[in-house]
Write a protein that binds this ligand. Structure first.
Ligand SMILES: [Fe+2]
Length: 181
């Protein structure tokens, strides 16, 4: 192996738990929100919540400290999500179908990574007959504007949390504490 590219860590050919001597373990135990697994393939951890006529959102995480929210956006057939302006940073992965923005020249397909940065405004369109499923890890407010460029609404961690909790309340679904970081 090339010295410049090989890792110094030993090869992990043994699957066993090692007792790592981390000095702050007690603090971690007392203060860390903890890592976790959210099942995104079924509705066990989080239901599909209607988002307009042709879309739904599966909420996966809310972190109020950094105004971060994670979800899967499912546009169920060819359609659009109106023009919006980002005040934070967005990471998305196309899971199924395809999606593009009217403002850009690329089309995202399954496995593709989409990065969006503060100050960008754009209009999401899917031309795919089955629409698109997009996993998103999103930070910061998203401002929606109407066709005249007039501000309509801000979607932030509180908006997404309210979207989730309202649906759960109306449908007798228990709020899942795992979604709150
Ligand atoms: Fe966006």
């Amino acid at each position: 192996m090339n010295e410049m590219t090989s890792m110094k860590a030993p090869p992990s050919n043994k699957a066993e738990i090692v007792d790592v001597p981390f000095a702050f373990r007690d603090l971690v135990a007392r203060h860390s929100p903890g890592g976790r697994y959210i099942d995104a393939q079924t509705d066990v951890d989080s239901p599909w919540v209607p988002f307009g006529e042709n879309a739904a959102i599966k909420h996966l995480a809310f972190d109020v400290r950094s105004n971060t929210f994670s979800n899967i956006l499912w546009v169920k057939s060819a359609g659009a999500v109106g023009t919006h302006l980002h005040r934070g940073t967005i990471v998305m992965v196309c899971l199924e179908g395809s999606v593009r923005y009217l403002e850009y020249d690329w089309v995202a397909s399954p496995g593709g990574l989409i990065l969006e940065v503060p100050g960008e405004s754009h209009t999401l369109v899917t031309d795919h007959p089955d629409g698109v499923k997009l996993f998103g890890w999103m930070q910061g407010p998203i401002e929606f504007y109407d066709e005249n460029g007039v501000f309509v609404e801000t979607a932030d961690v509180w908006w997404f949390m309210n979207h989730y909790e309202t649906y759960c309340r109306e449908n007798g679904i228990a709020i899942n504490p795992k979604l709150y970081l």
